[in-house]
Design a protein around this ligand. Structure first.
Ligand code: SF4
Length: 214
């Protein structure tokens, strides 16, 4: 019997997100897959100005995304049982042209083992609208997962207020593309990024963009 004990679900959610963030601190020489599918400067700024992203823990949009991920991952586990693994982390070492070795690390939402050496990745995405899906940076993200986890293909699973749908992505990056992405100096990587970037308050490379059709 819980009696008069007070239940604070808001605090529970924030504590969960804070712990998640603390477990995934930036490490020099480690590139997360998400670093390779966004403006390369953001990684540099995250080392230098971590305070500018600290409040993401309290973002309702991100919290909704987290909860949708958890829900879909639970369903996958329930249906595919031992054939499915969720929140799967993987790493691969890559040598850069200057001889420096770095680690590419990623976390797939789910990987389903179909047997016969065939594994399928699942990446869950939430969005405010279904315009323009599948988005290029999401396709690029699962192309990198296909390489990182040696997947047969990946499913991009979208949950939006207008549409719940999925896309299969069979293409994969190669090591050459990974190196190009790590060493890229194209700021931003996608034209719409600056409009949503926490570092736009200080970044000299900020570009204006009409993102009405994003
Ligand atoms: S403002 Fe634009 S160019 Fe600058 S870090 Fe952000 S996304 Fe990159």
């Amino acid at each position: 019997m819980l009696g008069a004990m007070s239940i604070d679900l808001v605090d529970l959610v924030y504590r969960f997100r804070k712990e998640e963030k603390e477990q995934h601190q930036r490490i020099e020489g480690v590139y997360w897959v998400t670093d390779l599918t966004r403006c390369p400067l953001k990684r540099t700024y995250e080392f230098k100005y971590p305070e500018l992203t600290a409040k993401d823990v309290f973002s309702p949009v991100f919290i909704m995304g987290d909860l949708a991920h958890r829900g879909v991952e639970s369903l996958i586990k329930e249906f595919f049982l031992d054939a499915a693994s969720v929140e799967v982390e993987g790493s691969r070492e890559v040598s850069l042209p200057n001889g420096r070795k770095v680690i590419v690390r990623g976390r797939a939402d789910a990987i389903i083992d179909l047997g016969d050496n065939s594994k399928v990745g699942v990446e869950v995405k939430t969005a405010r609208a279904d315009l323009g899906i599948p988005q290029q940076h999401h396709i690029d993200q699962v192309r990198i997962y296909n390489w990182l986890f040696s997947l047969s293909y990946s499913i991009l699973f979208y949950v939006t207020p207008d549409r719940v749908t999925q896309f299969e992505v069979r293409d994969s990056v190669d090591e050459e593309e990974i190196i190009e992405r790590i060493t890229s100096t194209t700021y931003p990587r996608y034209p719409w990024e600056c409009s949503y970037c926490p570092f736009s308050v200080l970044c000299p490379h900020k570009k204006a963009h009409d993102d009405r059709h994003r």
